[in-house]
Every structure is written in structure tokens, then in C-alpha cells.
Ligand binder design. Structure first.
Ligand code: H79
Length: 451
């Protein structure tokens, strides 16, 4: 029987025995390599990263990729690099800003939808080495991250409205190129990402985007994924390598081929402990720099991080540096405020998992070991009522210091903190419990009427 595959043998035997054929074996993917499982766990523990959208487009203050063709004429957009000379660019300074924010990794736009390569690529002349700046920005960033102890990741857009071989063009993929060749483009794409992985790696992750247009297929996505997996077994690859993403919600059904993690965009992802996810969100409104763009308050920024961690996700918080290469001082200042908050409260974010109380308007919770961290946003006067937990609460205290009045019975947990002592952003309470917190199934929290 050695020459028969097992499913075939079962098929033949059941046919001989007059049995109905068994259902086709479910197509199970091979288990992920240990290097990937470990990398994913380490990355999830980081919880907070910096996304950076930057390129010659920053000269215009308009949105990267999307403004090509409308409102910026294509010819004008494609020549911006001729004027791109960011004298104040300092990769170590970006890394310093990210670290001061408490961020643990950095993801940079190596090539956005506009097709401009920010590294010294052999695959195309259309890149940073043709600009007056003539410095390999990706090289400098990858090196600075390594020096500073940040994980480095590459954003890479699959669609390319500039490249003549990619079938669709600007504005927004609504035009057709005269003589496209998608096979040739796919080879170019693979060569480019291979350059990044081989020459700038090992990379922490590859953040694909622009997968939704018609020329990209699941077959091409699977091929690209397998190619990268061979190049670097530990590489984390987002779900936008494939076609299964559900819009800006960013989730993909895990039974579909969908990379390693989900990517909600400009919104906090739903509670999910079964599949890694990362919300990407801008600190202002635009991904690329825009003068006087409306910036999120410190409260909104911190609560976004907390609610994301509470849902068991990472936050990739985006800045768009200015055309001279500096991160806007007011954005750097906001990030430093987040870092100061994390300095005090990072114990309740880094290395935690979401839950067991599910996030909502009330707040969120995170957990590690025998601890549940309650992040209370909204109180009923002095009181926060939480549903029952299948665990004994041994003690309750403020993470900032001081005891908390706590009562637990079969109907739930009541926490009391006098209003004057509540933190307007996040009142953080540590519950010590009598068992590993991770074992507790998620508990929904009914909406609370607050102040
Ligand atoms: O790089 C930043 C943005 O420039 C980029 N992604 C972040 C990380 C981005 N590209 N497109 N968009 C954001 C918005 C696109 C929305 C849509 Fe769709 C594309 C609407 C319809 C097609 C996404 C894909 C939602 C449905 C399919």
C-alpha cells in the first residue's frame, strides 16, 4: 500500500466495501513554522507601534497615493521627487520619538500606491536614489531601528498606479494602462520585496496594502506568501497579501487564505483572541503630512490604545513626517505624553492579553498572570459595576497606588472610587484573582450610563 496515498486508499476501500465515500479531507494548511509562532507572540506582546507614511508627496501636504491624478495632476505628482531633499531627516530621531512614545516597532512606507520606492532598489529607477536627497531612507531606518531596539517592518503596496505593467492607474485605479503585463509586474513585485527581506532584514513584518483591485488574485497572494515564508520563516505577513479582507473592518475569515493577522483601518478592531490583529490609525486625519491637520487629543489617543489592547489587538499609530524630514513637534509632543502615560501604566498594556471583560463604552480590561487590569472610562458616580467573573477576586488596588473598595458576589463585582479620585482618561484598577486570568472566557459588559 505504500504507493497509495492515504485518502486514495480510504476512497478505494470504502468503494469496495460499498460505503459512501467520505467527504474530501478538509484542506488544512500546514502548521505555521515555530519561528513564526514565536515571532507573532513577541509582536503581540509589543502592543504599540509607529506607522510612518512619507515620501515626495509630503511636499504637497496631500494624501499619499490617492492624490495622484486628483487633485495633483499625474505629471506633477510623478516629478515631485525632483524636489525632494529632506535636509532634517534623521532616522535615529524618528526612532527616539517612537521609543519616547512607548512604541516597540516601526513600519515604514517603502512603496505606496504611487509606486515610488524609498530604498535603493535595482528593480526601478523611480525611487529615492534619483531624488536630490540620494540617501537610502529604508536602509537608514532599518539600521536606526536595530540600533535602538525597535522591530522594523515594511509597508508595501501591491497595487501600483505608476508602474506601466500594473493594469490600473490614477486617479484611484479608475484608469487603464495601455500595455499592462500583470505577470511581469508580479515578478517585479516579488523581486522588490525580496530585496527588502534579503537586504534590510530580517524584517519584523511585511505590511501589504492595495490588494483589493481586480488584477490581484488569491493565487498570486498564496504564491507571494509562500515565496516570503521560504525567504524568512519568521516573517509576519498581514492579511492584505490575499483577497479575503472585509473592507475597512479588516478581518478575514480564518478558514480562507489570509496571511497571519487582521488589519482594521481607522477603527478599533472587535474583541478577538483567536487571531492576531492590529488596528492602524492616524494621529491626525491624513496618513501623509498635512499642515494643521486635526490631531487626536491625549484622551482619545490613550483610550484608543487601551481599547485596542482590551480587544487583544495591537495599535499601529501613524505619523506623517514633514517634507523636511522632521516629525511635527506637536505630534512628537503628543506621542511623548502617551509615552509618559505608558511609563506609569505600561504594566497594564505590554505583554497582556485582552479581556476577560470585553471592551465597550465603559472601558476595557487586560490580563496577565493572576491579574486583571480594569481600565475604567465611565463611572456611575463613584461606582463601576462589572459582571460576575468565574474567579475569586483576592484584592483590588489602583495601579497608581492606593486601595480600592471592592465587593464581589454571585451577581458581579462592584468597584468604588470617589469621583474626585477618578482619572479623567483611564482609572486603572488591578484585580488580583485566585487563578490564571487567561483561562477565563470573555465576559460581555452591558452598556453603562455614565457621567
Ligand atoms: O496607507 C494607508 C492608506 O493610504 C491606505 N491604507 C492605509 C494603511 C488606503 N488605501 N486605500 N484606502 C486606504 C481606503 C480604500 C478604501 C477602499 Fe475598499 C478601496 C474602498 C473600496 C476600495 C477597502 C478595500 C474597502 C473595501 C475594499
Amino acid at each position: 500500500m505504500r504507493w497509495l496515498s492515504l485518502p486514495l486508499a480510504v476512497l478505494i476501500l470504502s468503494a469496495l466495501a460499498g460505503q459512501p465515500c467520505p467527504p474530501a479531507a478538509a484542506q488544512t494548511a500546514p502548521p505555521p513554522p515555530e519561528a513564526l509562532t514565536d515571532a507573532l507572540a513577541r509582536w503581540q506582546d509589543m502592543r504599540f507601534g509607529m506607522f510612518v507614511h512619507w515620501g515626495p508627496v509630503s511636499l504637497t501636504g496631500r494624501e499619499i497615493g490617492w492624490s495622484r491624478g486628483a487633485p495633483t495632476p499625474v505629471d506633477e505628482y510623478d516629478r515631485l521627487y525632483e524636489r525632494f531633499n529632506p535636509a532634517s531627516f534623521d532616522a535615529d530621531e524618528w526612532v527616539r520619538v517612537a521609543k519616547a512614545a512607548g512604541m516597540k516597532y516601526l513600519v515604514f512606507t517603502t512603496k505606496h500606491h504611487d509606486g515610488f520606492s524609498m530604498w535603493n532598489t535595482r528593480e526601478s529607477p523611480y525611487g529615492i536614489m534619483r531624488s536630490p536627497f540620494r540617501r537610502d531612507v529604508v536602509r537608514e531606518l532599518a539600521d536606526a531601528c536595530r540600533r535602538g531596539g525597535l522591530m522594523f517592518g515594511a509597508y508595501y503596496s501591491i497595487l501600483d498606479w505608476y508602474h506601466p505593467d500594473y493594469p490600473l492607474g490614477s486617479p484611484a485605479g479608475k484608469t487603464k494602462k495601455p500595455a499592462p503585463d500583470m505577470d511581469r509586474y508580479a515578478t517585479f513585485l516579488k523581486n522588490q520585496v525580496a530585496e527588502l527581506v534579503r537586504g534590510y532584514g530580517p524584517l519584523g513584518l511585511l505590511w501589504f496594502d492595495g490588494e483589493w483591485e481586480q488584477p490581484w488574485t488569491d493565487a498570486r497572494g498564496s504564491d507571494l506568501y509562500a515565496f516570503l515564508r521560504r525567504l524568512q520563516p519568521s516573517l509576519i505577513i498581514n492579511n492584505r497579501v490575499a483577497k479575503a479582507r472585509k473592507g475597512m473592518e479588516g478581518t478575514s475569515a480564518p478558514q480562507q487564505f489570509s496571511g497571519d493577522y487582521d488589519t482594521p483601518e481607522q477603527r478599533i478592531g472587535g474583541f478577538n483572541m483567536d487571531r492576531p490583529w492590529e488596528t492602524c490609525m492616524t494621529i491626525c486625519q491624513q496618513w501623509a503630512w498635512k499642515p494643521d491637520d486635526r490631531m487626536k487629543s491625549l484622551e482619545e489617543s490613550i483610550r484608543t490604545l487601551v481599547a485596542t489592547a482590551g480587544g487583544d489587538g495591537n495599535l499601529l499609530f501613524n505619523v506623517g513626517p514633514m517634507p523636511d524630514g522632521r516629525i511635527e513637534p506637536r505630534q512628537a509632543a503628543r506621542l511623548a505624553e502617551m509615552g509618559a502615560w505608558l511609563e506609569r501604566n505600561g504594566e497594564a498594556i505590554y505583554g497582556t492579553r485582552g479581556g476577560p471583560f470585553m471592551p465597550g463604552t465603559w472601558g476595557a480590561s487586560t490580563r496577565r498572570g493572576h491579574r486583571v487590569y480594569v481600565h475604567a472610562f465611565v463611572w456611575n458616580g463613584d461606582t463601576l459595576r462589572l459582571p460576575a467573573l468565574p474567579a475569586q477576586v483576592v484584592s483590588a488596588r489602583r495601579l497608581a497606588g492606593g486601595p480600592v473598595d471592592m465587593a464581589q458576589d454571585a451577581s458581579g463585582i462592584t468597584l468604588r472610587v470617589p469621583q474626585a479620585q477618578q482619572d479623567p482618561v483611564d482609572t486603572l484598577i488591578v484585580l488580583e484573582i485566585d487563578r490564571p486570568a487567561i483561562a477565563i472566557a470573555p465576559v460581555p459588559v452591558p452598556p453603562v450610563k455614565g457621567r
